[in-house]
Design a protein around this ligand. Structure first.
Ligand SMILES: Nc1ncnc2c1ncn2[C@@H]1O[C@H](COP(=O)(O)OP(=O)(O)OP(=O)(O)O)[C@@H](O)[C@H]1O
Ligand SMILES: [Mg+2]
Length: 222
C-alpha cells in the first residue's frame, strides 16, 4: 500500500498543514495523489464541507470528490465518537476502509489525515489508531516543538509501535518561543529516546521542507 497516515500528539498540531504541503509537492511533481480525512468534526451543517477536507481536496489538485476526501463530518467539535453519537450516528470502521480503497484504486500515493491523535475514539471500541493499522499504512507523527513534547511524543510512539505500525518520522512543529529553553534540544532528545528520524518543521513557510520530505518518502520510480 503506497501512502501515509499522518497522526499527531494532539489536535491543532499541524496535520493539515503537513498533509496539504506533501500533497502539493506530489501534485507539482505530477503524481496522482489522493487525500483522505476519514472524519472531520466541528463542521457546521451550513457548510458543504469542513475546512480540512476542502484544504486537502485543493492541495491534491481539486479533482477528487469531496465525498471521498471526507465521508463523515459532524457538527460537534469533539472526538469523532462523541460528535457522531450526538447525531445518533455510529461510525463504522469497514465503511472508512472501503472509502480508502476507493481512493487508492485511483490515486497513488494516498495521504490520510487522522482526527486529533492516535487514541481518539471513532466509536465505542475502535480508535483512529485501529483505522491506521487496518489501512496498513506507515505513520508520520506531527508533534509540538516546545516544552511537553517529549512526554506526548514518547507516549504516541509507544502506542503506535504497540499496534505494530511502522513510524517513518516525527516532525516537530510550532512557533519559535525564545522563553522555551527545551525547544532547541527536543529533536535531538527524541531522536535519542526513540531511534526514529526527527526534524523541526519551519514555522511560517514549511513548504520547502515538506517538498523535500515528499520526495524522500515517495521517490519517483523510473
Ligand atoms: N509550520 C507552520 N507554519 C505556520 N503555521 C502553521 C504551521 N503548522 C501549523 N500551522 C497553523 O497552526 C494551526 C493548526 O494547524 P493544523 O490545522 O494543520 O492542525 P491539525 O493537526 O490539522 O488540527 P486538527 O486536529 O484540527 O485537524 C493552523 O492555523 C495552521 O495554519
Ligand atoms: Mg487538521
Amino acid at each position: 500500500m503506497n501512502g501515509l497516515f499522518i497522526t499527531a500528539t494532539d489536535t491543532g498540531v499541524g496535520k493539515t498543514v503537513v498533509a496539504c504541503g506533501l500533497a502539493r509537492a506530489l501534485v507539482e511533481s505530477g503524481r496522482p495523489v489522493g487525500v483522505f480525512k476519514p472524519v472531520e468534526t466541528g463542521v457546521p451543517t451550513t457548510l458543504a464541507a469542513g475546512p480540512d477536507a476542502l484544504a486537502l481536496q485543493q492541495a491534491a489538485g481539486g479533482g477528487q470528490p469531496i465525498t471521498t476526501v471526507c465521508p463523515s463530518r459532524f457538527e460537534l467539535a469533539a472526538a469523532p465518537w462523541v460528535a457522531a453519537r450526538a447525531e445518533g450516528h455510529d461510525i463504522q470502521l469497514p465503511d472508512l476502509i472501503t472509502t480508502f480503497h476507493t481512493i487508492s484504486a485511483q490515486h497513488d500515493p494516498v495521504l490520510v489525515e487522522g482526527a486529533g491523535g492516535w487514541a481518539v475514539p471513532l466509536n465505542a471500541t475502535k480508535t483512529i489508531g485501529d483505522l491506521a493499522a487496518a489501512l496498513e499504512l506507515p505513520v508520520m507523527i506531527v508533534a509540538r516543538s516546545g516544552l511537553g513534547t517529549i512526554n506526548h511524543t514518547c507516549l504516541t510512539v509507544a502506542a503506535i509501535q504497540a499496534a505494530n505500525c511502522n513510524i517513518v518520522s516525527i516532525l516537530l512543529n510550532g512557533p519559535f518561543d525564545p522563553a522555551d529553553q527545551s525547544a532547541n534540544q527536543n529533536a535531538e532528545t527524541l531522536r535519542s529516546l526513540t531511534g526514529l528520524p526527527v526534524e523541526n518543521l519551519p514555522w511560517g513557510d514549511p513548504q520547502p521542507s515538506l517538498k523535500r520530505i515528499a520526495n524522500e518518502l515517495f521517490p519517483i520510480r523510473t
